[in-house]
Each structure stands twice: as structure tokens, then as C-alpha cells.
Ligand binder design. Structure first.
Ligand code: SF4
Length: 264
């Protein structure tokens, strides 16, 4: 089904449509009407309400992908300059959420944002619209839940495969993106239950399963939680860095993730 550009649907303003943005980008590259190139504030303002939803990419017969153009534009526009607060807050959301989780501050943060002046201050610093509410952080992340459950399964001596992983069916990698991991773990938990009900074995990308040593009788030993070691590094698709045009950082993040995924 066709997706009409949501920012155009909301504003009815040509400037906030895919066509309007494409036109401005064309003018920027032509350099006759828009003369300040990547530093153009007109182009920046026109791209500001683009949600990077990629609706235009599927709608457009020639595959206009405004989300990619926006990322590229923002990368050049802010190169070597201070960015808007939202780029540091929302663009680096994976880092902030990981930090809060490591410091076990999710509960404290949830309590703090219930205090109106504190919530208002946080929104102001983070470049978040005052009308929006700050989402609650999960007190147990999706990956913590997954590892806790895995350990419990291994302690209970549930079926293990020859490589030491629990379960029996083919393996499927569940990617715990930042939003699922720190904000809505129930979505990931439901996905794991569905996959396992379909007979698949779920693993998370950063988990390294150390094969259980052979105890001499040809049987694979069960050693409960000690039968595997888990490298607890978060994975991130880099979306928030890409959508705010922090492309150098996005490249680093994606390279690291590819390294992490190589053993799989
Ligand atoms: S990516 Fe931007 S321009 Fe394209 S449909 Fe979504 S909001 Fe509109």
C-alpha cells in the first residue's frame, strides 16, 4: 500500500513533502537559487520534519530515499559544528540508555521524570518537545531477561544441543535493538516465545557459547550457568546515529557490530 509522506499529511505544506524536499535538494546542488550548499538553512528546515520513515522510498517509482539524503545532508551541514541538543540526546540514545542500565539507574530515572520540573528540564536539555512524555525505562532489559532465562533453563537441565546451547531446533538470532532492549522488552520477549514455540533456538548476537567439555564418556556435560560464557556487549543498528546524520559514529558502530556478528 502507498505511504503518503506523513509530514506532508500533517502540515499540508509543500515544503514538508517529499517533492518539496527533493526540489530544494536539487536547487542546493544546482547552486543558483540555494547558494550556501550543505550549510543551507532552507534545506535544513525542510528536512527537519522528515521522519526518516522511508515511506517515499517504497512509494517512489525511481526510489527517492529522503531518509538517506537527510542523513547525508545533516552529516555535511553539522560537520565541525555544534549540533542541536536533540542530536546529542536522541541521536546518542543507545549510549545514554546503556549507561543508565549499567549504573542500574532505570528506576531512579523513572521516578525523577515523574517530577514535573525535572521532566521539563530533561526535555529542554534533550531537545524534546514539551508536549511529549518521556518513556519509562525497563528495569530489566530484554537481554538481561534473556540471559537470566537461559541460565535458569540450563540449571533446570532442559534439553541442550551438542554445542552446549539449550533447545533443539535450528538457531535464530534475535537482534535486541535499543528500543526493544531498554524501553519495551516485552516485545522481544514475545518474539522469543513465538520463535521457540515454532521449534527454533534463540540466541542473542553478542553471546559466545563456549562448548561444554567432553567428560570422557562421549556425553556432553551439563554445567548449568557455567557451561557458557556470555560477552555482554550491546548491539546497535546505528539507526539513531544515521537519522541524525552522525555518519562517522554510525560507521564505527556498524563496523563493531559486524565484527561481533562474524562468529555467527
Ligand atoms: S522519509 Fe521523510 S520525506 Fe520520505 S515519506 Fe518519510 S517523512 Fe516523508
Amino acid at each position: 500500500t502507498a505511504v503518503m509522506c506523513p509530514s506532508f499529511r500533517a502540515t499540508g505544506d509543500e515544503q514538508h513533502s517529499t517533492r518539496g524536499r527533493a526540489r530544494l535538494l536539487h536547487e542546493m546542488l544546482a547552486g543558483e537559487v540555494v547558494t550556501d550548499g550543505w550549510r543551507s538553512t532552507e534545506v535544513r528546515d525542510a528536512l527537519d520534519l522528515c521522519l526518516s520513515c522511508k515511506g517515499c522510498r517504497t512509494d517512489c517509482p525511481v526510489g527517492v530515499d529522503m531518509a538517506t539524503y537527510k542523513a547525508e545532508f545533516l552529516h555535511h551541514h553539522y560537520k565541525g559544528r555544534l549540533r542541536p541538543a536533540a542530536h546529542y540526546a536522541m541521536g546518542r540514545l543507545p549510549q545514554w540508555l546503556r549507561l543508565l542500565s549499567r549504573l542500574r539507574l532505570a528506576r531512579a530515572a523513572n521516578t525523577a521524570v515523574r517530577v514535573r520540573p525535572l521532566a521539563a528540564l530533561a526535555k529542554r536539555l534533550g531537545g524534546i518537545a514539551p508536549e511529549r512524555s518521556i518513556p519509562r525505562l525497563a528495569t530489566e532489559t530484554f537481554s538481561s531477561w534473556w540471559h537470566r532465562r537461559l541460565k535458569a533453563q540450563m540449571r533446570d537441565g532442559r534439553q541442550m544441543r551438542e554445542d552446549g546451547r539449550p533447545g533443539g531446533g535450528p538457531t535464530v538470532v534475535v537482534w535486541p535493538d535499543t528500543f526493544t532492549n531498554y524501553l519495551s522488552p516485552s516485545v522481544g520477549q514475545a518474539a522469543v516465545r513465538v520463535l521457540e514455540a515454532a521449534g527454533l533456538t534463540t540466541v542473542l548476537p553478542p553471546a559466545i557459547v563456549v562448548p561444554v567439555p567432553d567428560e570422557g564418556d562421549g556425553e556432553v556435560a551439563r554445567k548449568g550457568a557455567h557451561a557458557f560464557s556470555v560477552r555482554r556487549r550491546g548491539v546497535c543498528c546505528g539507526l539513531t546515529y544515521v537519522s541524525t546524520g552522525q555518519l562517522d559514529r554510525a560507521r564505527e558502530v556498524m563496523r563493531r557490530k559486524l565484527d561481533l556478528l562474524t562468529p555467527l
